[in-house]
Design a protein around this ligand. Structure first.
Ligand SMILES: Cc1cc2nc3c(=O)[nH]c(=O)nc-3n(C[C@H](O)[C@H](O)[C@H](O)COP(=O)(O)OP(=O)(O)OC[C@H]3O[C@@H](n4cnc5c(N)ncnc54)[C@H](O)[C@@H]3O)c2cc1C
Length: 382
């Protein structure tokens, strides 16, 4: 038997935050079980042979919705500004993305003199759709056919392997649409990168003698040998936890291909999107964000696929119905002191700051529960 006060399945952001809080503040022994050979989940970054820091599972543009999560993470890292600028390659030109005033001016080859001017223009372009049912309707109704066809349609098909007509409107709705010249990829103003990388930050977070980590260990393969005293926290896929009782949830995955170049920089900014050309969706030169000084650079290309690690939940009616069934089972497990959290377990496209905030909230629930369990145990002893 392998015993611990708390067992945490997954050493990603959620697992690390909970291990940090439970071990430090409640003095509980935490065992993290991680099937990969490293912690930090999909935020993992490492140095390659050329000494370049790169994001192994795609670029992670950390930003904050609020100061609460920023303040918490600031205990474990210093910051550099997050310069997240993305361009998209359409008809042999690079356009700012998300769509902004400059994109519209370049694409339609005209100037806009005022906000009203651009609003009137877009009003003429918009397709009138009474009920927005899917990702295609959403863009057509906001920006019209030309922008939809050139910037969104093929990118979405490549990224998801599904026509935008069959995808939830929330998917294209995630990207802002701007009628100003704001060039930043994300809408949040608090855009920051851990100065020495994500992995260092998460390592510091769990640097406590109450925390033990077992890497290269799949929970599903050893669960019969595990025993927890207070809590089990599971951050993996829900369908796998319940042995696919109701069927499999669909995920979209990516293959990352990295190549080093003996050049200071290859791109003008961190990311180029390719909606209409090539099999990959984007090329990323993370050095624009990590701000490393080097005569070398590394570029990654992302090829979407249905096989491989689960990266993106595919949000459609069928999957959401299936997830609801698993969610009911997960909720019932709370009475056994088993809790589910994170981007995989909640089958939701959460950003890093969002899962960290959720993990901090879950900690408060666990703290209360822990006090109740402790008081019950001491009253039995009396
Ligand atoms: C391609 C990509 C790009 C992203 N870009 C951004 C971005 O720009 N900005 C941003 O804020 N966020 C981004 N994210 C989201 C970010 O990665 C997540 O929000 C965050 O990593 C979620 O943390 P988590 O702990 O819930 O899950 P994860 O990071 O997925 O960690 C879960 C861990 O659990 C382990 N695990 C699962 N099942 C088991 C098991 N049975 N046994 C043992 N271990 C198990 C996994 O191996 C994994 O390490 C991106 C995600 C992806 C996939």
């Amino acid at each position: 038997m392998i015993e611990s006060d708390v067992i945490i399945v997954g050493g990603g952001p959620v697992g690390c935050v909970l291990a940090n809080k439970l071990s430090n503040e409640l003095n509980l022994k935490c065992l993290i079980i991680e099937k990969r050979n490293h912690i930090a989940g999909n935020c993992y970054d490492e140095y390659n042979k050329k000494g370049l820091l790169y994001h192994k599972y795609g670029p992670h543009y950390l930003r904050f919705k609020n100061r609460k999560t920023l303040n918490y993470l600031s205990k474990f890292t210093k910051w550099i500004p997050g310069e997240y600028i993305v361009k998209t390659y359409v008809n042999k030109k690079l356009y700012p993305i998300p769509i902004n005033l400059e994109t519209l001016e370049m694409f339609f080859k005209r100037k806009f003199n005022s906000k009203k001017d651009v609003e009137n223009f877009l009003n003429q372009k918009r397709v009138r759709i009474k009920k927005i049912k899917n990702a295609e309707d959403f863009i057509l109704s906001k920006l019209g056919k030309e922008i939809y066809e050139n910037f969104y349609k093929n990118y979405t098909i490549k990224q998801w392997g599904i026509h935008p007509r069959n995808l939830s409107k929330t998917i294209t709705g995630r990207l802002p649409i701007r009628i100003n010249r704001n060039p930043y990829y994300v809408k949040e103003k608090l855009r920051l990168m851990p100065k020495k990388g994500f992995t260092k930050m998460f390592k510091k977070m769990i640097n406590n003698r109450n925390v033990t980590i077992r890497l290269n260990t799949d929970f599903n393969k050893i669960k019969k040998k595990l025993k927890f005293k207070y809590f089990l926290i599971y951050t993996g896929e829900p369908d796998r936890y319940f042995n696919y009782k109701f069927g499999k949830l669909n995920w979209r995955s990516l293959i990352f291909k990295f190549k080093n170049y003996n050049k200071k920089f290859l791109q003008k900014c961190v990311q180029y999107n390719y909606p209409n050309d090539y099999k990959y969706t984007r090329t990323v030169e993370i050095k624009h964000v990590t701000k490393q000084k080097s005569n070398h650079t590394v570029i990654s290309k992302e090829y979407p696929t249905n096989k491989g690690d689960p990266y993106y939940p595919i949000i459609n009616d069928k999957n959401l119905r299936l997830f609801k069934k698993y969610e009911n089972l997960m909720n019932k497990e709370a009475k056994n002191n088993i809790f589910f959290e994170g981007r995989l377990a909640r089958y939701t496209y959460y950003n890093t700051d969002e899962v960290i905030e959720r993990a901090l909230d879950l900690y408060l629930t666990l703290k209360k529960k822990f006090k109740t369990i402790r008081s019950q145990k001491s009253s039995i002893r009396l």
